[in-house]
Design a protein around this ligand. Structure first.
Ligand code: 6GU
Length: 256
């Protein structure tokens, strides 16, 4: 999967080099490119924001740098284009091995993180994990000029996606969370895919509690059924624990 991120804070995404996703990038499963929005400005101060038309607090991100950034990224989905400045990053010459790049890709999906978007869920992460090319546009300030979304829609599928009902200063942290949730579902990223099956939210319930040795620790004991070797009884205990926990903490997840 190819992921492009447009941001005025590329440093936020340094952590993508470590852990599971860092390995996936080394293995060529995940190709993540971070682009500094200011690289698509042309003035001396590399301006990305301005005052809102109509007045009001805060600043709005200007459309022009966004238009150029989206053009540069989306143009890569066609044939290699020697005049595209991003081709250098893409390394289109390498055609073998894990560094090989596809010269054409499926239609990209552009995602703008926004508290005004649809809520990100495990089901959405699953759906997005099958995509060929995701583009994340991280807004800051009071938002991005509305015409950027309309232009993006003329060139690609576009979704506004929110992590939940609270406000972050910008989309960067939200995009990190989305990429982690999506990336770990891509085949080959997680060593043991079975570990994905019985997690919270995969079956619409919260996960059951887990235990390991020792059987007794500081006076706390492991539920005996888990040490009895009766797999049917263990499955029943775990299902009951999931239901009890979900009823207590997240009753909204249960049917009426
Ligand atoms: Cl995706 N962006 C921002 N700025 N705030 C949020 C969010 C996203 N999701 C929840 N709060």
């Amino acid at each position: 999967m190819r992921i492009d991120i447009v941001t005025i804070f590329p440093e936020y995404f340094g952590v993508l080099d470590v852990s599971l996703l860092g390995r996936a990038r080394e293995d060529g499963i995940l190709d993540v490119q971070v682009h500094d929005l200011r690289a698509f400005t042309h003035d001396r101060h590399r301006t990305v924001d301005d005052k809102p038309y109509g007045g009001g607090a805060g600043m709005v991100m200007k459309p022009e740098p966004w238009g150029e950034a989206l053009d540069a990224i989306l143009d890569l989905d066609g044939a290699a284009n020697a005049s595209n400045p991003l081709d250098a990053i893409l390394d289109l010459d390498s055609t073998v091995g894990p560094d090989a790049q596809q010269l054409t890709r499926d239609a990209p999906l552009v995602i703008f993180p926004s508290p005004a978007g649809e809520v990100f869920t495990q089901a959405m992460a699953r759906e997005l994990s099958t995509a060929d090319h995701l583009v994340f546009g991280c807004g800051r300030y009071e938002g991005i000029d509305q015409r950027v979304f309309e232009y993006a829609e003329s060139r690609a599928s576009v979704r506004l996606v929110s992590l939940g009902d609270y406000v972050l200063n910008g989309g960067e942290v939200a995009v990190m969370a989305m990429i982690e949730a999506i990336g770990r579902l891509i085949p080959g990223v997680i060593g043991n895919p079975e570990s994905l099956v019985e997690e919270s939210h995969e079956d619409g319930l919260l996960e059951y509690p887990s235990y390991t040795k020792p059987a007794e620790w500081r006076g706390y004991e492991v539920p005996p059924v888990l040490m009895g070797g009766n797999h049917g009884a263990i499955a029943t205990w775990r299902r009951d624990a999931q239901l009890e926990r979900t009823r207590r903490v997240r009753p909204d997840l249960l049917p009426e």
